[in-house]
Each structure stands twice: as C-alpha cells, then as structure tokens.
Design a protein around this ligand. Structure first.
Ligand code: P6P
Length: 340
C-alpha cells in the first residue's frame, strides 16, 4: 500500500475533481471535463482489454507505426476510443498519439478548446497476448497560441508545463492514477457501479529503495554510469552498497511505474550503444513526461541522466529520451555517476 498518510474518503473521480476545482482552484471546468472524458475512455479500453481471446482483440495488425513497431489490434482500438471520445467535447484543440504519425486536429465541425492531449493508448503491447498488465498513459498541455490554428510546434513544450498527467493500468485491478499538480491520487474502477473510486491520495514514493527495474539483457550496451550502478546493486551485501537488491522488469512501463508509486523503486531505460543516435527507447512527450510529473508529484525524481526530464525542451513530436526515475536517493546516485 502506498505510504500515504491515511486511507482517503471513498469519493468518486467526479467529486475529487470538483473539489480540486472548488476548494483548491487547481483546475477549471474544461480540464475537469477532459479528465472525465479520458477516464471514461479508459473504462471502455479496459472492457476491450478484458475480453482477451473472447473478443477479436488479440494479435497484431499488418501495420507498423511511426516508431517502426508492429501495431497490435488493441493499440488501434485504444487509439480510436481515445480520439473519438475526445474530439467533440470542445475542451481540446488537438491530440497526439504514439499510434499516429502526426497530430490530430479537432475537426472544424466541433468547437476547439485550449488543451492539447497526448497519449500512448496502450503501453506495453508486447504483454497483451500473454495476459500481463498493460496501460494507457496520457499528458495534458495548454495550447500557447490563440485562435484556431494549431500545429505540431504547439506540442513541443517541456514536461514542466503539463496541466495534468496520468495513466490507467489494466491489471488485477483497473486503476487510474492522476495528478493535476496537487499530488498523486489513485482511483480504482468499481466494476459493479462503473465508478472510479478514490483509493489512495497524496501518494508518496519512499526516498530509498532496494529494488531496481531494468532490462538486464541490454547490459553489454549500457554506458558506464548505468553499468556501475547496476553492478553495485548486484554486488549486494559484499559490495559497496552493503545490502542486497531485488529486481523487477514487467516490460510495461505503466506496471513498473505503478509498483514504484506503490512501494518505491528505481526504473531505468537508459541510452545504450545499440543505436547511439537515439537518446533512449521511451518517448518523451507521452511516456517520459507524464510519468516524470507523477513521480515528482509523489516526491520522487525523474532524470535522463544529465538533466531533469521535465526540463527537456522537445524538438520533435515522437522524440525519445533516456529515463531514470523513482526513489529520489537512488535516482540521485545514478545521476551523480553520470556527472562523475
Ligand atoms: P523492452 C513497452 O513496449 C515499452 O515501451 C515500455 O512500456 C516498457 O518499459 C519498455 O518498452 C520495454 O522495453 O526492450 O524491455 O521490451
């Protein structure tokens, strides 16, 4: 159980958002509508995910996306659900998705709003067919320019400008994790009523951890600072850390980050020598940035090794980043090795 101060009142997502609007002035009605629409879309995605082999949702399409990855059927379904749910409400100017080469501008037949929504509609797709937790990641930015025009450049904002960020993890429970800049809240889907119910509030990541998450099969490709950090963890009691470490790797960022928000840990998907021109595997705008905002809001730290992820100024919509995030003292140790 996350080390939050006390069990929260069992209130709905709607009541939580109204209170954030009314008592904390954190959000205004259009952002509240946006979050509720995304949460409703995640419920629909959860239903499709849970069908598994009973629905025609498993397996791959014959397409590959802008990332060069094979597109799973559920990737397409999740993307369509999010686009269709969000384009008519008047709260958005445009959307961007891992599954779409370019931005999707709200059609002229609908009013445009001030927000930009970015998402990885179904993260961890390689786990779909083997029934391992996957998730939807989303990030909300404000459109800087005024008037109806919107372009890719409007999306190229550093993550510290996010108005909100979150994910939905489709696991043993279906859980929506959200921040609007006032800490991190977790909502569990009550399938009997169809409601998102607040189950954790003001989530805090322990400053220290003895659990790391990294794909060890890439070890020979890592840069020296990462190699040093993991070697020291593996050395355990007899090594410089003077204690044993545990390892987890779900290969689904949402699942790994949810574990870290719940009990601490450090997650690394660093730059490696396989493709030196690529900063890392994970995408900055709709994976690293929203997760970095959540982790920082929960008292953790998120770096690319050289700088705070939320300070990175993007230059391309689908650009990638090296990601080191989680328990503050461990992330700080890794970044100090990069400085050293
Ligand atoms: P690997 C899933 O494809 C993803 O984008 C993240 O969710 C996950 O952390 C990572 O890639 C897994 O990558 O190389 O271990 O399969």
């Amino acid at each position: 159980m996350p080390s939050s101060t006390k069990l929260p009142r069992r209130i709905s997502l709607t009541q939580y958002l109204v209170e954030q609007q009314r008592e904390h002035g954190r959000i205004q009605p259009p952002l509240r509508l946006l979050i509720e629409v995304v949460a409703r879309a995640c419920k629909r995605i959860a239903i499709a995910v849970n069908k598994g082999a009973l629905g025609d949702v498993l397996g791959s399409t014959d397409q590959s996306n802008v990332q060069g990855e094979v597109v799973k059927k559920l990737d397409v379904i999740a993307n369509e659900v999010l686009v269709e749910a969000n384009e008519w409400g008047g709260h958005l100017a445009a959307m961007a998705s891992e599954e779409m080469d370019s931005i999707h501008v709200v059609p002229n037949r609908y009013p445009q709003g001030e927000f930009l929504l970015l998402f990885d509609p179904l993260d961890g797709s390689s786990n779909i067919d083997v029934n391992v937790s996957i998730g939807t990641i989303f990030s909300v930015l404000r459109k800087v320019g005024h008037g109806r025009g919107v372009s890719e450049e409007d999306f190229l904002q550093p993550g510290k400008h996010q108005a909100a960020a979150g994910y939905c993890v489709y696991g043993p429970q279906t859980t929506l994790v959200l921040t609007v800049g006032d800490g991190v809240a977790m909502f569990t889907l009550d399938r009997e009523t169809g409601s998102w119910v607040l189950t954790e509030d003001q989530v805090k990541i322990p400053q220290d951890t003895r659990e790391f998450a990294i794909n060890m099969s890439n070890m020979r490709h890592w840069a020296e600072p990462v190699r040093r950090y993991i070697d020291e963890c593996l050395a355990g009691q007899e090594g410089p850390r003077g204690g044993d470490f545990n390892m987890r790797w779900v290969a689904s960022m949402v699942a790994d980050v949810h574990r870290i928000l719940t009990r601490g840990g450090i997650f690394l998907y660093p730059w490696d020598k396989r493709d030196p021109g690529k900063p890392g595997k994970l995408r900055l705008l709709y994976e690293a940035n929203p997760m970095a905002m959540l982790v920082e809001q929960a008292g953790g730290m998120a770096s690319n090794g050289a700088q705070r992820i939320l300070d990175i100024v993007p230059t391309r919509l689908h650009e990638r980043a090296s990601v080191i995030l989680g328990s503050r003292n461990e992330v700080e140790r890794v970044t100090s090795y990069h400085r050293g």
